[in-house]
Design a protein around this ligand. Structure first.
Ligand code: ZN
Ligand code: ZN
Length: 144
């Protein structure tokens, strides 16, 4: 994500937090910014490292709590298979529902698509709040 779209995304995140009556605290904002500007999926460990200089207070629980918060709002998705995090590709206008992640097992690139139909066999009375489907394969760069 380039600098301009990162700023737009952070503003969108602020607005979303305000709407939910939440606060995008400095550490939450910083974590989101780091995830958005990373070239690929980010490990929690990398975030801890990046947060160290200056802040001094970026203890692991702080970072994990910030990540949980951002995931809950759909601003960040966890890539379970990689145990890493990606910024939502549609952060400007998150449609909610199901996010599908297409993970290249060769180079580790993750592409995101939204709006796929949510499961048609949801148990009765179960209210889906968020879904992330992970697909594995080769991206167009690696599929020769
Ligand atoms: Zn998303
Ligand atoms: Zn690839």
């Amino acid at each position: 994500m380039n600098a301009d779209s990162t700023i737009t995304a952070l503003e969108a995140a602020e607005a979303l937090c305000a709407k939910r009556g939440e606060r995008l605290t400095p550490v939450r904002r910083r974590v989101l910014e780091l995830v958005l500007t990373a070239p690929g999926p980010v490990k929690a460990y990398d975030l801890l490292e990046a947060l160290k200089p200056g802040s001094g207070t970026a203890k692991p629980p702080t970072v994990y709590r910030a990540l949980d918060f951002l995931i809950g709002l759909g601003l960040v998705h966890k890539v379970e298979a990689l145990n890493a995090f990606v910024g939502c590709s549609t952060i400007h206008s998150h449609p909610g529902g199901c996010a599908e992640l297409f993970i290249c097992t060769h180079c580790g690139a993750v592409e995101e698509r939204h709006g796929a139909p949510v499961s048609t066999h949801t148990p009765e009375g179960f209210r889906i709040e968020r879904s992330v489907i992970e697909h594995f394969g080769h991206c167009s760069n690696c599929d020769h």
